[in-house]
Write a protein that binds this ligand. Structure first.
Ligand SMILES: *Cc1c(COP(=O)(O)O)cnc(C)c1O
Length: 248
């Protein structure tokens, strides 16, 4: 299994490198986050041994179990929460994760800020934006991005609340593109997120808007072409997701 994982990881890194080169970007600008959801701690340990530094999980409880089982790893990886966060899990999330990609309301941000203060740590976050408008997706609902004046002004109101919270550090935006036939069809959604980010950086220059977390196994090249600084890759590294009952 470990040889296969190493080969898959090398193939993903090569894909990132060629997408970066095609876009005239430096490969160091793009952080690979290996998404280990449904895969057991042993698979995570193998990935870390193969050079993975950043891991993504979409559920707090599952991540808690894995992080606990991997306490001995050296070096310790960074953990990213990429799935929807319920407010009743915000305390644990604030303890466990190095970056929360899925902040999708001012209320959740306020709750995280309170827990971060209790824990005496500053907590880096991204704001998840639903630019496709699909009802099935989480995130601030801004279909069409900055062209959607009504939805955008609502987002700006929430952002003004969030950037004033003392214990949270906004670092940028995250999105999930729709599932499409051809990866190029996802590209306009990545472009919308980048335009949003550029506009926010002009409006709120005091805040860091560097990160664009976008691109998964099937659409990472399109995301990198549009400026992704973090790609979240699951299946292309770990293989198909395991059934819930098999989760480690
Ligand atoms: C599962 C997941 C990924 C990884 O998806 P793959 O298609 O397996 O690469 C990325 N981002 C989020 C938010 C996810 O839930």
């Amino acid at each position: 299994m470990n040889d296969e994982l190493r080969q898959r990881l090398a193939a993903v890194r090569a894909q990132i490198a060629s997408a970066a080169a095609a876009a005239g970007r430096r490969v160091e600008e793009i952080q690979l986050i290996a998404v280990s959801k449904t895969h057991p701690p042993a698979a995570v340990a193998a990935a870390v041994a193969a050079g993975v530094t950043d891991l993504g999980e979409n559920r707090v409880q599952e991540a808690e179990h894995k992080i606990g089982a991997l306490r001995q790893l050296n070096p310790q990886p960074r953990w990213h929460l990429i799935g929807h966060l319920q407010r009743n899990k915000a305390r644990r999330a604030a303890e466990l994760f190095d970056l929360i990609h899925s902040v999708d309301s001012a209320r959740l941000a306020e709750t995280l800020d309170r827990h971060a203060r209790e824990q005496e740590r500053r907590l880096p976050i991204l704001l998840q934006i639903n630019v496709s408008g699909e009802a099935s997706k989480e995130g601030f609902w801004v279909p069409g991005g900055i062209q959607n004046a009504t939805a955008y002004s609502e987002l700006l109101r929430a952002i003004e609340v969030i950037i004033a919270l003392p214990m949270l550090e906004v670092r940028g935006l995250m999105t999930i593109a729709p599932i499409v036939q051809h990866p190029e069809e996802a590209r306009p959604y990545f472009a919308m997120l980048r335009e949003l980010r550029d506009d926010l950086a002009r409006r709120y220059p005091q805040t860091c808007w560097r990160e664009l977390s976008m691109g998964m196994s099937d659409d990472l090249a399109a995301a990198i072409a549009e400026g992704a600084t973090m790609v979240r890759i699951g299946r292309a590294i770990f293989g198909e997701r395991l059934a819930i009952s098999q989760q480690g």
